[in-house]
Design a binder for this molecule. Structure first.
Ligand code: XUL
Length: 537
């Protein structure tokens, strides 16, 4: 009977899912793609025009306008009176800067007027740096030095300093625009900003998204004072409160009640897309793993202890269950796949056919598709590298991009020490069975697709239910929350092909050698590839 609404404010789109928690079915699911639905903001794949490859900012007003538009659509499609709770997921690390007028103004929005123009005067910075930004190398070094080194920072916050993490981004804003920083009263994450718009007051953020900031102590779930002090002066007073993922941030404000007839229902604290996907893929216990093939490719799984990555590439975040999650992020995900498709004038159909008709291992040819600066492994200057692969070899590039991405995921996630025999695949590209077969062959694991592919939005809707029911009574069992809605489709099962798996077992060290060479950390792996060419462009 009750409905729960989950949002996912992601890099390229806003998705909403409404679930009927008794009938265990989705009653509404829609995505608004920013570039096409809100072209007036001028984004490309959700990013404002870029002046350098390492800069990536977006528009908080566009995100706000999308929520306004989506709530109009949701309430036109389903009876708003049945909605019993709302929560959300958002791209991680991005930050939104609000001035001192926001606290009062958010609660006094005029329901007769659209949201975005009323939010505009509340911003102390018109743009938001997002997770694709990698321009804060200097700030990462400064913060790392100030807290006593990478190992200390990682032990406390779950990650060494990463350029896209919120702390280094805040520090850069403070350094480059001290006046703008000075007039900032509250620094929100995308998640807590969106929740604030819904409740008409400053919302808290949760430990899952808080751990993507290089500012939160993983074990206490509160701000870590040395990191806060190392980031920017006066920051402690500008940060939101950190509240448990199941907590109620507030009630849907009068603005939305009057604008779209929503009842005054609880808004459960929003979280990051990866913690929400953990729930939306059903990883509520240790030992299962999911791979999300989206704008970024991410491998993640629940862990009971905050086991930090000794190689420094992965992260430990808080999980919505109160446990932890390990994850490793690859920036060259769907955009790299699209680049190859477009460069060779293909459709997804011909791309898939090419993948199907080419042999595992690509004849030893290796393609490193770092069109964007890469997170894992760290690559600051974008560039693609080809080993034994000719520039005009369309089929070699198609197979090359997919194999390289999946071999990188397999190699760089070993620190998570999870014995992978089953993988749940999610994200847009998880609809592609040919890509999933390569995943299965590389990992030697069974791969399942999930019935509902929008795992972050679904996870948010499930978290809304969990939070509302937890507030009302005794502890709610996660298995019960996800039952019937997060189902791996038995018919989707892909099994590893032993011969192909053996090819990848032998190719993984070759991929590692090519990667080391491309990063200037190893000799040319000429003897390993059919041709000695290594072209960089
Ligand atoms: C996670 C990360 C990305 C974004 C994408 O650390 O940077 O997965 O959350 O939305």
């Amino acid at each position: 009977m009750p409905y729960y609404l989950g949002f996912d404010s992601s890099t390229q789109s806003l998705t909403a899912i409404v679930i009927d928690s008794d009938a265990r079915r989705v009653v509404f699911e829609e995505s608004l793609v920013y570039d096409s639905v809100l072209p007036q903001y001028g984004t490309d794949h959700g990013i404002l025009p870029r002046s350098a490859p390492d800069l990536a900012v977006s528009s908080p007003l566009m995100w706000a306008e999308a929520i306004d538009l989506m709530l109009q659509r949701v309430t036109a499609a389903v009876d708003p009176g049945r909605i019993a709770g709302i929560s959300g997921s958002a791209q991680q690390h991005g930050s939104v800067y609000l001035n001192a007028a926001a606290a009062a103004a958010l609660g006094a929005l005029d329901p007769a007027r659209p949201l975005a123009p009323q939010v505009a005067p509340l911003l102390s910075r018109p743009v938001s740096p997002i997770w694709m930004d990698s321009s804060t190398g200097a700030e990462c070094a400064e913060i790392t030095g100030a807290v006593g080194g990478a190992e200390t920072l990682s032990r406390h916050t779950g990650s060494r300093a990463f350029e896209r993490f919120t702390g280094p981004q805040i520090r850069k804003f403070f350094k480059t625009d001290p006046a703008g920083y000075g007039s900032t009263d509250r620094v929100h994450l995308v998640s807590s900003f969106a929740a604030s718009l819904l409740i008409g007051a400053h919302a808290p953020l949760d430990p899952g998204d808080g751990s993507g900031m290089n500012l939160m102590d993983l074990t206490t779930g509160d701000w870590w004072p040395p990191a806060v002090a190392a980031t920017a002066p006066g920051l402690a007073a500008k940060l939101p409160r950190i509240a448990p993922a199941y907590s109620i941030a507030g009630t849907v404000s009068r603005y939305w009640q009057q604008r779209y007839g929503l009842p005054p229902v609880p808004v459960v604290t929003w979280s990051g897309d990866n913690p929400c996907s953990l729930i939306g893929t059903g990883l509520v216990r240790e030992g299962r793993i999911a791979i999300s093939l989206g704008t970024s490719d991410v491998i993640f799984g629940l862990i009971l202890e905050p086991r930090v990555d000794p190689t420094g590439t992965g992260h430990v975040f808080g999980a919505p269950t109160g446990d932890f999650m390990g994850l490793t992020v690859f920036k060259n995900g769907s955009l790299a796949r699209e680049r190859v498709r477009d460069e060779f004038g293909m459709t997804w159909q011909t791309f898939s056919q090419t993948l199907e008709n080419t042999p595992a291992g690509n004849g030893g040819r290796i393609f490193l598709p770092w069109y964007e600066p890469e997170i894992t492994p760290p690559v600051h200057t974008p560039g693609v590298h080809r080993y034994g692969l000719q520039k005009d070899d369309a089929a070699g590039h198609v197979r090359g991009v997919i194999e390289a991405q999946l071999m990188a995921i397999a190699r760089h996630s070993r620190w998570m020490a999870v014995n992978v025999d089953t993988i749940y695949a999610t994200g847009g590209a998880a609809a592609n069975r040919q890509i999933l077969q390569v995943m299965s062959d590389v990992f030697g694991a069974d791969v399942y697709q999930l019935e509902i592919g929008n795992s972050a939005a679904l996870g948010a809707a499930l978290r809304a239910r969990h939070g509302v029911e937890t507030a009302a009574g005794p502890a709610v069992d996660w298995d019960e929350v996800i039952r019937g809605l997060v189902e791996p489709m038995a018919s989707s099962r892909l099994r590893p092909r032993p011969a192909a798996h053996e090819v990848y077992r032998q190719l993984l060290p070759v991929h590692a050698a090519c990667e080391a060479h491309a990063l200037g950390k190893g000799p040319a792996p000429d003897h390993l590839t059919p041709s000695s060419t290594s072209i960089v462009s």
